[in-house]
Design a protein around this ligand. Structure first.
Ligand SMILES: NC(=O)c1ccc[n+]([C@@H]2O[C@H](COP(=O)([O-])OP(=O)(O)OC[C@H]3O[C@@H](n4cnc5c(N)ncnc54)[C@H](O)[C@@H]3O)[C@@H](O)[C@H]2O)c1
Length: 434
């Protein structure tokens, strides 16, 4: 089957590569010429475990190609996926400019019946809009299917190859069948392909992200209360996670959620509701998250006083979560901006996100090649992303390199008692009242 995937980012590149992996001929299209040239030369533009090897292999076996020529890719493909970005627009609404431009470009290139599948996260009702946009620009027949993507960055290939479920929304039975068939190799272990109307499919994606973000804000709020009441969120989390109705996932306290999806999707959902129904809960989820991003700075100021200028802070972890280079809306941005704004010096390390950080902060902060190098002369170390390689450092070495042995752990990766025994002043989330 010939397939076109428009938009070659975290979702489009992974989806296109995985469709090629099961034997389809996939054209990945992007307007970013530089990105396409890099992909053509075998260089994967994002960090995602397992992706580079898979891209190279499928490209070498000529099932996966990269192009900026949307018209050609559309002409030869009966199924076309839209996987372009839907960033936050005015008043928190999802910005559909890229989706609209893509729909129009597809319509102008179509020369036969096409199935257009929306993988981008789009507000409820967008499938109808896409039909209008395409219908206005072509007389060719077509069907629009909503197919929200649930993969997580850091495990995107694995999630795509073995999805918990596939959601397809639409009203054209033949088109739904064709897309269902495409997905069947991914659900051989029996996970379901759910067929529904497009509005419910679109809503499923937002509702899924909203409940995950709610869990994070919930545990972060309980963690704050733990600090106040001198309870330990680690113990509380263990106790509640053993209740099967609650479970162990997504209840780890931290410095707030970030990334390219939760913040914008929560805001988009709030704006979908508008005044009626006002999304009271999601507004609170967002507020709690914004406050949480400032928690380490509050702790730093309680320890050092309000005057931070002249102090040096080491930061381990910049990406919004481990196993990705994505820094979009990462809590590290808020923390670094606050420190730099207060006149402090920042020395940062991340295993994968250094290039992204450089684009964002330029020479306003220092970048180091290894995590230990960031510690030279630091008044404190901040842990902002729970990369595995930060979990068991040589603490004697850490202490020797730092000016003061102070750690602000935004991900609770160390044991407070151990750290204190080693001579560190240690602050974490919901486990002390510091
Ligand atoms: N990143 C995730 O983890 C994730 C997970 C599920 C769903 N989503 C959703 O999937 C969509 C894509 O997200 P992403 O993270 O892959 O975005 P991204 O920014 O990494 O990639 C989007 C790509 O689309 C390209 N593009 C924009 N306009 C184009 C056009 N007119 N023609 C061709 N290419 C165009 C851009 O150049 C870019 O390469 C969003 O709606 C997002 O909400 C993302």
């Amino acid at each position: 089957m010939n397939i076109a995937v428009i938009g070659t980012g975290y979702v489009g590149l992974v989806a296109g590569t995985c469709f090629a992996e099961i034997g389809n001929d996939v054209s990945c299209v992007d307007i970013d010429e530089q990105k396409i040239n890099m992909l053509k030369s075998g260089k994967v533009t994002i960090y995602e475990p397992g992706l580079e090897e898979m891209v190279r292999r499928n490209a070498a076996e000529q099932r996966l190609s990269f192009t900026t020529d949307l018209a050609e890719a559309v002409k030869k493909s009966p199924i076309i996926f839209i996987a372009v970005g839907t960033p936050q627009g005015a008043n928190g609404r999802a910005n559909l400019d890229y989706v609209r431009a893509t729909a129009k470009a597809i319509a102008e290139s179509m020369d036969s019946f096409k199935i257009i599948v929306t993988k981008s996260t789009v507000p409820v009702g967008t499938a109808d809009q896409i039909k209008d946009w395409i219908g206005a620009a072509t007389a060719q027949p077509f069907a629009v299917i909503s197919n929200p993507e649930f993969l997580k960055e850091g495990a995107a290939v694995e999630d795509f190859m073995k999805p918990d479920r596939v959601v397809l929304g639409g009203d054209n039975p033949e088109a739904l069948d064709a897309v269902k068939e495409l997905y069947e190799p991914f659900v051989r272990t029996g996970n379901p392909i759910l067929i529904m109307d497009s509005r419910s499919a679109e809503m499923s994606k937002y509702a899924s992200n909203a409940i995950l973000a709610t869990k994070i804000s919930f545990i972060n709020e309980v963690a704050r209360l733990c600090e106040q009441m001198r309870a330990d969120i680690g113990e509380v989390r263990r106790a509640i996670s053993l209740d099967r109705r609650i479970g162990p996932h997504f209840i780890f306290p931290g410095v707030g959620y970030g990334g390219s999806c939760f913040p914008k999707d929560i805001r988009a959902m709030i704006s979908m509701g508008g005044d009626e129904p006002e999304m009271f809960l999601l507004k609170a989820v967002e507020q709690v998250n914004e406050r949480q991003k400032g928690l380490l700075i509050e702790k730093i100021k309680r320890h050092f006083g309000a005057e931070l200028s002249g102090l040096t802070f080491a930061i381990w972890g910049l990406a919004f979560k481990p196993r990705t280079d994505d820094m979009r809306d990462a809590p590290a941005i808020t923390v670094i901006e606050s420190l730099v704004g207060a006149g402090a010096r920042v020395q940062a390390f991340d295993p994968e996100a250094m290039e992204e950080a450089r684009k964002m902060f330029g020479d306003r902060i220092q970048y180091t090649h290894r995590n230990y190098d960031a510690l030279h002369g630091a008044s404190a170390l901040l842990i902002l992303t729970e990369w595995n390689e930060f979990r068991r450092p040589d603490f004697d070495r850490v202490k020797k390199l730092m000016m003061h042995p102070v750690i602000f752990d935004g991900r609770n990766i160390y044991d407070p008692a151990d750290l204190r025994k080693l001579g560190f002043t240690y602050y974490s989330i919901g486990r002390d009242n510091g």
